[in-house]
Design a protein around this ligand. Sequence first.
Ligand code: SF4
Ligand code: FES
Length: 363
Amino acid sequence: MAVKPAEPPLGMLAELTHRCPLHCSYCSNPIELVTRERELDTGQWLSVLSQARELGVLQVHLSGGEPLARPDLPELVSHASELGCYVNLVTSGLGLTEKRLDDLADRGLAHIQLSVQGADAERADRLAGTRAHEHKLTAAALIKRAGLPLSVNVVLHKQNHDQLAGIIALAERMGADRLELANTQYYGWALKNRTALMPTREQLAAAEPVVRAATERLRGAMEVIYVVADYYEPYPKPCMYGWGARQLTVAPDGDVLPCPAATAITTLELDNVTRKPLHDIWYRSSSFNAYRGEDWMSETCRSCDRRGADHGGCRCQAFLLTGDAAATDPVCSRSPDRELVDLILAAPPPAVEPELVMRRVAR
Ligand code: SF4
Ligand code: FES
């Protein structure tokens, strides 16, 4: 089979730091976080941004941890925007003041994604492991006052599915242009909490009409995106729209990842932007080429009519559940490993609900 040459990337997720004021149990960042001393410095991030633009990147997502923890954030926003990139800030909202926001907007920040943990302060603060909800309400008001587009991001799980209608109402009150309701994906820290976070079949069934009604009612005012709980689905998600196809992630220490969760695949040899140009990593590294195209696929996927739609599913999930990153995603009903997922779903509910293990933070 001829290997199709890789297209240039469209987007870059720049994880500026793993430091974060929140302690979310569903965090998909790796178990081992990068400490402050190992973070790229300002000059290195400026170079990463320039290299990314040269490579073709048009959308830059400044993320973390909490990107507002980096004092050089304004400089990085200016640089990315001057390069002609659409700059998105992915934030908890903690640390966002009117002054900082106005400054970032003046420097070309184009969009903000604000995370929300629940519909009210009591629940949301419990899930964030800190008092955060009030700050988010203030942050949303500031973002709207600054005239920036606002996306509200909510990770859904067993502990907040019952608040779905309230969460949608909250996003409306915040004036969100877009609401992403994403069921938890089990990578990194979230995998530790899978039993405590996995929604029940009943919760998912109850969510469906609520999301459908909101999508209809809010059409034209607020876009509602729902990311399904893939363990319950018959086919996997088209993770990353294919490995090394559209986006790259740069971790706080400069490791370049084909997907944000790729450190989970311990067999992958990662390159670092302090040692190799981004261009070489995107086109020539073993990590980016490992699961590009279809040559790596098992016969199950290679002969399947859905392979163009889902690209064989998620490599990280395949590795975490089977130990082989080239396996068909076990979520797939055609996978020889689907039983692994069915056994997880069929496990009897624990006699005592497990405690959430809250995220420990990077220093
Ligand atoms: Fe997708 Fe592979 Fe399953 Fe086919 S067999 S649906 S390509 S994961
Ligand atoms: Fe890494 Fe799906 S999360 S490929």
